[in-house]
Design a protein around this ligand. Structure first.
Ligand code: ADP
Length: 535
């Protein structure tokens, strides 16, 4: 085991805290470094009973967590932020051990996490403050109107393996900031970093409102079976199952799923920047990013220049296993399953006439696959139509902007996109025609580092969104409407029993006078009828 001495003991501690762990002897999941094949830790595959016991325990502590308010919670969240910063090197070690990421990539998770914590810890009070909307009609001015934001007691967060620390932080922190307790089920492929996060929470002495449960799909299903809100990130296939299970329980959910993000390079673009940006956007984390660039459309006049520059940039990438030194740009794929998908996409494309300009095969070591550029590809090929989630960049020539937009929108996914152009306003006009939850102009991933913006997918890329300023915490809350009288109240409202013509007419007439327009404000037939009744 390399650099992860504390991880299994953290796993043991985590499971020892759960009463049901003594009853069920859990089977064990081995965690491997995909670059070396070495086992780097073990975690229990927790049973549905254990998950239920964890959630029951979280429920006990949640009301107090809600009661201390956003300012009370801010103190704990900022302590966790300190802990992340102080433990960055160790967290990067653990993360590298279970992913084989280059050091540079591994260092991103803790820093990203600290940045996100700062945003939500400091702003939650403002975001969760009661709203006092103006009454819709003069008649409603007799009440003070309040919308209060009250957290779901227990939020279940289920995360994938591509960012083993950042993914949990992205959703756990806003939920905690909202006042919910959180049960996190990290991917069984990379559970060690999430266990470190839970260790950090305990180490700072925070209230026990955040727990990690480990295991595979059964453990995840138990989280869905017990929590009050589900935040899921992963494949569209699993997201669909989770949505169905949530509907069965009538609990809300938010899903961030697959993507096939297009990049559009226009003839007026800075081609050097586009070729650098798209190489990074396609190869970062070996392409295992939900919002990575997965297909590229280039206007004909700059196609040759762009392809040559992109290929040179991708060829220059250094691939291999890092220690603590920054030696490499691209690491391994998460597991053999990912290698199989990438290999199949490349082989099917080549068999159908595509050309590999660089890369195209596994390196022979661990689960490394060479950064790959493909041309002569089209939408009939799996490398363009299906999510690859690997280091491939299929590039297509288009006649003009209109063809680029049409092809970019020809996908069941709609997570994010990028447009590369010398005319930023043109870029924005194109952005508004793309079916994607986010569009970055002359950049990649920029929306991911802007928590004030929503991050969500359209189509099969998801339901709902994370972040988006206040919505990032309000989504974990139930909205409660409270009305409070602000004028002395009558013994009986006009509308209350027993119904009487005169009182009813006054009440309904007043509503009509306030809401309708022109002569319809006055209900003349009703007035005449009332006059008759009173004879
Ligand atoms: P991948 O991470 O390989 O894309 P998934 O989307 O299936 O695959 O996994 C994402 C997360 O969802 C992981 O933590 C996984 O254990 C969990 N998971 C898988 N199946 C289910 C399920 N039926 N219910 C709840 N969680 C699940």
């Amino acid at each position: 085991m390399t650099n992860t001495e504390s991880a299994p003991s953290a796993a043991k501690k985590a499971s020892a805290r759960k009463p049901a762990a003594k009853k069920d002897a859990p089977t064990v999941i081995e965690v491997r470094n995909p670059g070396t094949g070495q086992i780097v830790g073990t975690v229990p595959a927790q049973s549905a009973d254990e998950v239920a016991a964890t959630v029951r325990e979280l429920r006990l502590y949640q009301p107090e967590w809600e009661a201390i308010g956003p300012d009370g919670r801010k103190e704990w969240l900022l302590k966790l932020q300190d802990w992340l910063i102080d433990n960055t090197e160790h967290l990067a070690d653990v993360l590298q051990s279970e992913t084989s990421k280059p050091r540079a990539d591994a260092l991103i998770d803790p820093s990203f996490g600290a940045d996100l914590i700062g945003y939500y810890a400091r702003r939650a009070a403002k975001f969760l403050a009661d709203d006092h909307p103006s009454p819709h009609s003069p008649l409603a001015r007799v009440k003070k109107l309040t919308t209060a934001y009250r957290p779901y007691p227990v939020v279940g967060v289920i995360t994938p393996w591509n960012f083993p620390l950042a993914m949990p932080v992205m959703d756990v922190i806003p939920a905690l900031a909202a006042g919910a307790a959180v049960v996190l089920k990290p991917s069984e492929v990379t559970p060690l970093s999430a266990l470190e996060l839970a260790r950090g929470w305990r180490e700072i002495g925070a209230p026990p409102v955040f727990e990690v449960v480990t295991g595979a799909s059964e453990t995840g299903a138990a989280v869905v079976g017990n929590a009050d809100y589900i935040q899921f990130t992963g494949s569209t296939a699993t997201g669909r199952k989770i949505a169905a299970a949530c509907v069965e329980r009538m609990i809300p959910y938010s899903l961030e799923l697959g993507g096939k993000d297009p990049a559009i390079v226009l003839a007026d673009a800075d081609i050097d920047r586009a070729a650098h940006g798209i190489a990074f956007g396609g190869m970062f984390n070996a392409g295992q990013v939900c919002i990575s660039v997965e297909r590229v459309y280039v206007e004909a006049p700059v196609y040759d220049e762009f392809v040559a520059k992109l290929t040179a940039n991708v060829k220059a990438l250094r691939q291999g296993i890092d220690g603590r030194e920054l030696k490499h740009d691209v690491g391994a794929l998460a597991n053999e399953n990912q290698v199989d998908i990438v290999q199949r996409h490349v082989e099917e494309a080549v068999a159908a006439g595509a050309k590999v300009l660089t890369g195209g095969k596994r390196t022979g070591q661990g689960t490394f696959f060479e950064p790959t550029v493909l041309v002569d590809v089209d939408h009939s090929m799996s490398c363009v139509a299906e999510e690859t989630f690997g280091p491939t960049l299929p590039v297509m020539k288009v006649a003009d902007e209109a063809e680029a937009i049409r092809l970019a929108n020809d996908s069941v996914y709609g997570l994010s996109a990028s447009v590369w152009t010398g005319d930023k306003d043109r870029g924005e006009r194109i952005a508004r025609q793309l079916n994607a939850g986010a569009v970055n102009i002359n950049d990649v991933f920029a929306n991911l580092f802007s928590y004030a913006l929503p991050m969500g997918g359209w189509g099969l890329s998801g339901v709902g969104a994370r972040w988006g300023g206040a919505n990032g915490v309000r989504k974990y809350c139930r909205q409660q409407a409270i009305t409070k009288p602000i004028v002395p109240t009558l013994q009986k409202e006009l509308f209350w029993y027993p119904y009487q013509n005169a009182k009813l007419l006054t009440a309904l007439g007043a509503m009509r006078a306030a809401g309708a327009r022109g002569l319809r404000r006055i209900d003349i037939p009703a007035l005449l009828k009332l006059k008759g009744d009173n004879k």
